[in-house]
Design a protein around this ligand. Sequence first.
Ligand code: PGA
Length: 255
Amino acid sequence: MRTPLVAANWKMHKTVQEAQAFLQVFRGLTEDVTGVDIVIAPPFTALTAVVAGVQGSSIAVAGQDAYWQAEGAFTGAISPSLLAHTGATHVILGHSERRNLFGDTDESVNKKMSAAIAFGLTPIFCVGETLEERDRGEALVVLTRQIRRGLDGLSGEQVASLVVAYEPIWAIGTGHNATVDQAGNAHAHIRGILRERFDTGAAESCRILYGGSVKPGNVREIVAQPEIDGALVGGASLDPKSFFEIVAGGRATTV
Ligand code: PGA
């Protein structure tokens, strides 16, 4: 049985003080919540403060990206090793904003995946098609390519413990989430590729999250889909009460 996971992607939001204020409220709300894993991905500047702020809870902390080199002359980049040393345990890789705005490719994401795993981080590996690709009927082809290339060279054991996030690009930050059928089909397809490329055990253990305009009002019907193991949440994760409601909704219907 896969434990549901709900992850907050704060993107380029929240100062240290704002992150601390969030945690003060959020920790109080989630004190008694069980049966769901919670991850928060703050901007790099608030990582250390968030790691300190979740001490004594089961909330895990993620980076929003990492370069594949361990250290060196790479101005502006953060390595998986630096991330791990802050106390972060997860890292979002291949987010569509990194792919579209900062030049990430399937190949660079693949290098980042291997490096992150080598440094003991759990990747939250993002895939998803554009609206044009969906309209051309190519959504599943795009997902197949992203998964095959992004996970190239990984072992079944490594795939078993990673997290995949299906985020249709047209649903991110737009208020238009995928229908449960669209998401359910994409998730079943992704699990099918994992089964074919790796093995059934890896495919069954790997958690596949849905992301794209997840809110307190739609999380329950989304995670009620058998192949959807939780959510990656952007905008609606910035408010502690809203994110708590999504965590509670993610828990209620998938265990
Ligand atoms: P959104 O973002 O929830 O604001 O649509 C999701 C994401 O980009 O991870």
